[in-house]
Design a protein around this ligand. Structure first.
Ligand SMILES: Cc1cc2nc3c(=O)[nH]c(=O)nc-3n(C[C@H](O)[C@H](O)[C@H](O)COP(=O)(O)O)c2cc1C
Length: 141
């Protein structure tokens, strides 16, 4: 198996209530478990960032499905790279809801904090990675 991590960002097509998010996550976790996919989903004010880890072909196929999901748009692939070990191995899909305090202590996010958009991450793979790492051990629900 060739282990990869894929990270993308997108914009929700509707305001996602906690109920919407919980329902999305419970289905996602069930399917990810079957596919041996782990990862993390971050959400803030209509903005998503997600890391998918697992077998390269499996995460590519899942990303194709996710990218077509009508619950979001402007899906932008930030990076896809081989990894030696999983960063979120204990989570079939971790989740954290961000607010402005989430960025305290993290440099370079002031534009993003004003207005969270996928375009911000176009050439900012390392910022995306830093953001995901920040929440590795803080799972919201
Ligand atoms: C932001 C977002 C993240 C998602 N993450 C996952 C995920 O990690 N795993 C998953 O199976 N589905 C995820 N989905 C749902 C998929 O788009 C799709 O509905 C689901 O995989 C079921 O697809 P299927 O019925 O073709 O099997 C996500 C959807 C959105 C909008």
């Amino acid at each position: 198996m060739s282990l990869y991590c894929l990270v993308y960002v997108s914009l929700a097509n509707q305001e996602m209530s906690d109920e919407h998010l919980k329902s999305l996550l419970s289905k996602a976790r069930e399917k990810n478990e079957k596919l041996a996919i782990t990862g993390m989903l971050l959400y803030r004010d209509g903005f998503f960032m997600q890391a998918l880890e697992g077998d390269k072909e499996k995460i590519e196929a899942l990303f194709d499905t996710i990218a077509q999901d009508t619950r979001h748009r402007d899906v932008l692939l930030v990076y896809k790279k081989p990894i030696k070990e999983r960063g979120f191995e204990q989570w079939t899909m971790g989740f954290n809801k961000l607010d402005s305090h989430s960025f305290e202590g993290l440099d370079g996010f002031s534009d993003f904090m004003q207005q969270p958009t996928p375009a911000f991450f176009k050439h900012r793979a390392s910022e995306a990675e830093a953001l995901l790492n920040q929440f590795k051990h803080q799972i919201f629900f």
